[in-house]
Ligand binder design. Structure first.
Ligand code: ADP
Ligand code: MG
Length: 247
């Protein structure tokens, strides 16, 4: 696995062909992500974060610039947790995970992921019977199950109540510690970003570009201490006026 080098000189959405209306979404966005880094992308709603993840995932190829994964022999595999869980309603929890495999699904791996996310008892239930928190956990397992080189996560805990978000976040975190994939995680919750990330990349309102790129210097074994997170957050906001008012 090599660095991911992102250089987007321009991404424009055409809003209406007949009236030639455009939305300039991204301009001169540059950063590099190192292997096994957990990077949080933090920026206001509508700034272009989902657009960027879609471009990295290869779902959107209409832009000027380059996204270089550094490997010419093997295309890195990508797991994508979308903002909505996107479960198939006619499949059970387990089938929603197995569906991503073209060949025989890895039974033991799926069992252990279901255990890690506390979903083993619900594996035969259908999505309509699940809470939103459970649906989000299934979506996370589905992305982890393929053991991707790169994991993209788009506000995976949004609209969960605070205790549920905290629980799913800590489950995700322990899963990542066991399998430290390269992660690009979108959030506009600064505390969540500090608790999870090696590095925070703050993004401007559109056209989106990097405002600040900040390493999180809290040791991994102290991330559960809310006072450490709070202190780091306060110092961050004091020392970086450019991110005040952004969130
Ligand atoms: P974020 O994820 O940061 O909230 P998005 O990437 O979803 O932002 O959107 C960035 C901007 O691009 C927004 O102003 C949005 O309205 C616009 N946009 C997103 N998708 C499309 C699209 N398919 N067509 C036109 N405009 C779009
Ligand atoms: Mg979005």
């Amino acid at each position: 696995m090599s660095d991911i080098r992102i250089h987007i000189s321009n991404k424009t959405y055409v809003l209406a062909h007949d009236t030639a209306q455009f939305h300039h979404a991204i301009a001169d966005l540059d950063f590099i992500v190192h292997p096994h880094q957990f990077v949080c992308l933090v920026g206001p709603s509508g700034c272009g974060k989902t657009t960027l993840l879609n471009m990295i995932a290869g779902l959107d190829q209409h832009y000027q610039g380059r996204i270089d994964m550094g490997q010419t022999d093997k295309v890195p595999s990508i797991g994508y947790v979308f903002q909505n869980p996107r479960l198939l309603p006619w499949l059970s929890v387990r089938q929603n995970i197995e569906v991503v495999f073209a060949h025989t699904p890895p039974t033991r791996l799926i069992d252990s992921l279901l255990d890690s996310m506390q979903l083993r008892d619900a594996q035969h239930q259908y999505p309509e019977r699940l809470s939103l928190g459970m649906q989000r956990r299934v979506a996370i397992i589905r992305a982890f199950a393929i053991n991707p080189d790169i994991l993209l996560m788009d506000e995976p805990f949004v609209s969960l109540d605070a205790p549920t978000a905290r629980q799913v976040r800590s489950l995700l975190y322990s899963l990542w510690l066991q399998r430290p994939h390269t992660v690009l995680f979108v959030t506009h919750d600064l505390r969540e970003a500090i608790a999870l990330a090696d590095r925070l990349i703050f993004l401007s309102p559109s056209p989106m570009r990097v405002l600040s790129d900040i390493a999180v210097s809290i040791a991994r074994d102290q991330r559960h201490e809310e006072s450490r997170i709070e202190l780091f957050r306060e110092q961050l906001l004091q020392n970086h006026p450019e991110i005040n008012g952004l969130l």
